[in-house]
Write a protein that binds this ligand. Sequence first.
Ligand code: PLP
Length: 473
Amino acid sequence: MQYISTRGQCGHFSFSEALLTGLAPDGGLLLPKHYPQIDTRTLARWRILSYADLAFEILSLFATDIPSEDLRRIVRKTYNAEVFGSEEVTPVRALRDGIRIQGLSNGPTLAFKDMAMQLLGNLFEYVLAREGKTLNIIGATSGDTGSAAEYALRGKAGIHVFMLSPHGKMSAFQRAQMYSLTDKNIHNIAIEGMFDDCQDIIKALQNDDRFKEEYHLSTVNSINWGRIAAQIVYYFKGYFEATQSEHEEVSFCVPSGNFGNICAGHIAKQMGLPIRRLILATNENDVLHDFFTTGRYKPRDTANTWVTSSPSMDISKASNFERFVFDVMERDDDPVRALWAQVDAGKGFDLGVHLDAIRNRYGFVSGKSLHADRIRTIAEVYADGDGLIDPHTADGVKVARELRQADEKIICLETALPAKFAETIVEAVGGDVAIPRPAALANLEQLPQHVTVLPNNAAAVKMVIKERLDGAV
Ligand SMILES: *Cc1c(COP(=O)(O)O)cnc(C)c1O
C-alpha cells in the first residue's frame, strides 16, 4: 500500500515512511492511495477474532512493508489484557435507553488516545531498530495526546519526546499524569498560550527543514497516519460487538476535536463496514458542527476558543479535517490546495454545495453539547444506574440522544474515564459519589512534577530542544 498527500505535491510513501514523517513535505496529510474494500464474507470471518487478531488483519492491509510475523507480534504485544485491562480491549455496554458505550479508555492514561499511541510506540521502536535510526518526537497536546504519547514512548531507546501543552489549561489529573514522569527521554514544555498556539509552534518547527533534519524531528500528533490506521480497528470491533450479522447497520457517535477519531470511522465506512451514520459531537467549540450544518468551515483563533469542561475538545482548527475534505473533493488535490490557501489566509471556505453528499453518501451529521448539557447527562446516566461517564463521553451521549432515529443502533465512543475529570464529575453528581480510579494512580497528584514553562514562541522551544539533545549522551 502506498501513501499520497492531500496536496498532491510529493511522491509516494510506504507505511513506515508515513509513520516516521507525520506531516507530508508539501504541508498536506498522508492517505492510502485507495481504501481496501472489505466484503461481507470477510466481515463474517473477522467477527470472531480477538482484538489483536482483528487489528492484525486490518493493519496488514495498510502496513504492507512490515513482515506479517513482525506485525502480528507487535499487535499482540500492544492489544492485550495487561495493557488495556481486559481481553476485549474495547468492551461495549448498553445504557438503559439502549445507547451503547464502547470503552476506548482502558489503557495506561485512561483516554482513547492510548488505543493508537500504544501501537505507535511499539511500531516506532521496531522501525527505528530495523533502520538504525533515532527520532525526536515533538507534539502539542490539550491533555490526552501528550500523556498517551509519553506513556507509549517512555524509556524507549533512540527516542526523545518534547511535548508542548497550554500552561494552566489542563486538569490537575492530566498535569500530574504528564509532569510526574521521570524518564530521561520525556521533556514537558508548558506554553503560555492555548492548545492551538502549541500546535502552531509544532507546525513552525516542522516547516523548518534544516532544524527538522538536523534534530530528526517527527510528530505523533493526530495527523500521523499510523494513529488513524490503528483507530480504524475499534470501529470494526464495536460493530461486531453490537450486531449479530453483517446485514445490520450501526451508527457511531464521536466526541470530536481534531477530527482524528471520527476520520478513522469515515475510513472504516469507506472500506465497507456497514455504518449508517457518523454522528459528530462538539462542545462549545463548534467549528465542526458549523461545518456539518452549513457547509462553512472557518477555523477560529485562540481568542475565540473557549476553555470548557470537556477540554480535550477545545479545538478550533481540526487538523485531520483535510483528509475528509480530500475525499469529498473526489480525491482531487487542486481544490484541496486552494481551500487550505483560503484557510491559511484566515478566510475559511464554503462547501455548502456538497452538504447532500456529506450527509447521504458519507453519513455525517453533527450536534453540539454545552456545559449544562454534559453536567445533566452525567447526572442522568448515573441516576439511571449506568455508572459514571466522563464529560467528553457525556457530550457524545447528549448528541446521540438528540439525533437518534427510530430503530437506529448507536455506539457512543467513550473517549476518557471519569477519573481524569473529577472536578466536573463532582459538579454533576456531588462529592459523595466515589469516582473509580486504578490503584496504580492513587497518589498521582502528590508526586513531584517536571515541566519547563516557556512563552508562546517557536524560537524559545527550539532553544530548549537544542540544549537537551546536544547535552544528551
Ligand atoms: C482527543 C480527545 C477527543 C477528540 O478526539 P479527536 O480525534 O481530536 O477528534 C475527545 N475526547 C477526549 C477525551 C480526547 O482525549
